[in-house]
Ligand binder design. Sequence first.
Ligand code: FES
Ligand SMILES: [Fe+2]
Length: 341
Amino acid sequence: MSKQPNSLFPRECTFTENNWTVLSKFWHVVAFSSEVGDAPVSVRLLDVPLVLFRGGDGTATAAHDVCPHRGSLLSQGDVIEGALTCPYHGFRYAGSGQCIHVPSNPPGAKIPERLHLNLINVREHGNLIWVCLDGDGIVPLPDWPELTDESLQNYHLPGIDASTSATRFCENFNDVAHFAFVHAGTFGGGCREVVEDHAVTKTESGLHHSLVIEQIDRVTLDGDEEQTTAAHYSYDFTFPFANKMHIRFDEERSQHIFAAVTPVSSSQCRVHMQFARNYDLDQPIKESLEFERSVAAEDLEVIEKVSPAESPLDLSEEFHVAADRWSVAFRRSWKTFGLAQ
Ligand code: FES
Ligand SMILES: [Fe+2]
């Protein structure tokens, strides 16, 4: 059910109106499904404040976080019997968005149909809540079947707030030339720095590349620092900001890493990282999460200081080498979608 898209264009927007309009037509992740329980949840997407809640049947609803009565912040309210209840005058809104109770009205008074939340299209997929501010998404959601594959062990980090753009985050996720430097403390130290020649191909919904990289063969912080392996990396990216990599450490062990990135503003993003591994199925995930948290912290230490925060789309503004094929293809694609500097 889409509603008046341009009524959502934020008064204080860090994107140009052109870029906001382009991005508003994609599906974006805004939360883990598990984060939306009995209480309303406040999220921000493309500078737009949104409220998420579950209606009576447990289905997720997303709406502009502004009460249609007097503009209060709905996410400060409660969910009562599956209805979002405004903190100001207690109006209640069902999962359909319709106002179903006005406490100040005498019993039996009719509630106008127009008294309705400004709903946003929402879907739940891959343990995540996805929304599209304008329409039904110009690129389909990524498939990601490994997240529901019961033969794999699934785990995830809590959402990570990062002071950089979603574009810079994705470029880092799909870059391997930084491993030897940024990840010297976890899996990249002392490894071969040269990146093998590889192609980046366009897929129906994104970009694909794969290559072999020598790295330290450990997935916990207390793992052996001397043992190295030629890891096979395969990346599948879906526009706008849904990243997946598959790492095959050897014939038996492989891991999938998913990073769905919310563009909170033009210089802030929130990262939803999930993992699925086919090894150590009976082992606790605590050490693995510790390791992944350390890897993410190594990345943030560098990329939060990259400037400008938004990836320049004009290729002449930064220098590109052979290992940058992915980010060059990414920036070119964005221009095709209509993003402009
Ligand atoms: S502002 Fe929400 S009920 Fe009045
Ligand atoms: Fe990294």
